[in-house]
Ligand binder design. Structure first.
Ligand code: KIV
Ligand code: ZN
Length: 388
């Protein structure tokens, strides 16, 4: 048995922080059900103290979802933490996720607190939370831009108070894979009793590197939890995308050597549900869940895929929830792809000469039309038949 990588989904909390992506209680519950089918380990259902609506959403999810741990975010104060605990009462497995910023910039300009005050507040918050819940995650917000010496002191203190997961956010997406991986490794090496907690990565995508940074945090840094969202939804340029990170770990198991519990066949349904609910359309060339992720348009690729799928496919479309890969017929398509489509459509032409003639008509049409649909082919073949 290999070690397990914990998948912590925060679509309903950090994803919802995307401007324009706010969701109702019922929408969140519907997505939470899909996340449970997807078998994510932890669902961060919301930020219970932020509004009555979010409290109700976290509570409804905690009451109904039984197969994933349900988590609520809370600032590092007693009121937020008590509210999170209250919302999570019905959960089979509950987690409180408390956070406070630790970078000089955030402490000085945003919190207007000294280092010692932040350290003490983090300690107190985890102590208070631990009395209400056995599973406590602590995040030093803007952790990646924090002074490592100070960060080590904070992390040491929260481990002493019983934090079970230490999450190191790259809050503003500033990290570079190798540097972030080394940062996590250094923290793990320097913080006393670091093995008492699970280390987690939480990366934003401002420079387009959230997935790469998260994977480096796992591979180089030794983190064993990844925080991510469906379709990479999240503030600004979004968060680490669940579908990409999960399929990277699965497809390159030879490199990572880790198991994920996720049922990948539920990825595409989850992606569609989140896109539909939030109105955030998935770009066609998005890895794994984009409409073109398994579409082959050039003749050479189509021919290869028809002969052996792994010539141009590193994953199976059906393994992530698509009905099949897609051969897009257009002007670059070859005769083999065209002939295969005729067979798929149940069209049998009498001779190779007829196939050739139909193929020429198809090429002629494709010069005028960017994508040829099944209806076009059927029309083209019936023209062929009626000409005779
Ligand atoms: O990006 C961030 O720092 C966060 C924390 C609250 C975990 O979302
Ligand atoms: Zn975040």
């Amino acid at each position: 048995m290999s070690e397990q990588l914990i998948i912590f989904d925060t679509t309903l909390r950090d994803g919802e922080q995307s401007p324009g992506a706010s969701m109702t209680r019922d929408e969140k519950l519907r997505i939470a059900r899909q996340l449970e089918r997807l078998k994510v380990d932890v669902i961060e259902a919301g930020f219970a103290a932020s509004s009555n609506g979010d409290f109700e959403a976290v509570k409804a999810i905690a009451d109904v979802i039984k197969d994933s741990t349900i988590c609520s975010l809370a600032r590092a104060n007693d009121r937020d933490i008590a509210r999170a605990a209250e919302a999570l009462k019905g959960a089979n497995r509950a987690r409180i996720h408390t956070f406070i910023a630790t970078s000089e910039l955030h402490m000085e300009k945003k919190l207007r607190m000294s280092r010692e005050q932040v350290l003490e507040q983090a300690r107190q918050a985890v102590r208070f939370a631990r009395n209400l819940c056995a599973d406590i995650e602590f995040s030093p917000e803007d952790g990646y831009r924090s002074d490592p010496d100070f960060l080590c002191r904070v992390l040491e203190a929260v481990i002493e108070e019983g934090a079970t997961t230490l999450n190191i956010p790259d809050t503003v997406g500033y990290a570079i894979p190798e540097l972030y991986g080394n940062f996590i490794r250094t923290l793990r090496e320097r913080v006393p009793n670091s093995d008492k907690a699970i280390w987690s990565v939480h990366c934003h995508n401002d420079l387009g590197m959230a997935v790469a940074n998260s994977l480096a945090g796992v591979k180089i840094g030794g983190a064993r939890q990844i925080e991510c969202t469906i379709n990479g939804l999240g503030e600004r340029a979004g968060n680490c995308s669940l579908e990409e990170v999960v399929m990277a770990v699965r497809t390159r198991r030879d490199h990572f050597g880790l198991d994920v519990r996720v049922d990948a066949t539920q990825i595409v349904p989850a992606s569609r549900m989140v896109a539909q609910t939030t109105g955030f359309v998935v770009q066609p060339n998005k890895a794994v869940v984009g409409a073109n992720a398994f579409a082959h348009a050039s003749g050479i690729h189509q021919d290869g895929v028809l002969k052996a799928r792994d010539t141009y496919e590193i994953m199976r479309a059906e393994d992530v929830g698509w009905s099949a890969n897609k051969i897009v017929l257009g002007k670059l398509s070859g005769r083999n792809a065209f002939k295969q489509r005729l067979t798929d459509l149940g069209v049998e032409l009498d001779s190779e000469a007829e196939v050739n003639a139909a193929f020429l008509r198809f090429k002629d049409l494709a010069d005028r039309k960017s994508e040829i649909f099944d209806e076009d082919i059927l029309a083209l073949v019936s023209d062929e038949e009626s000409d005779q």
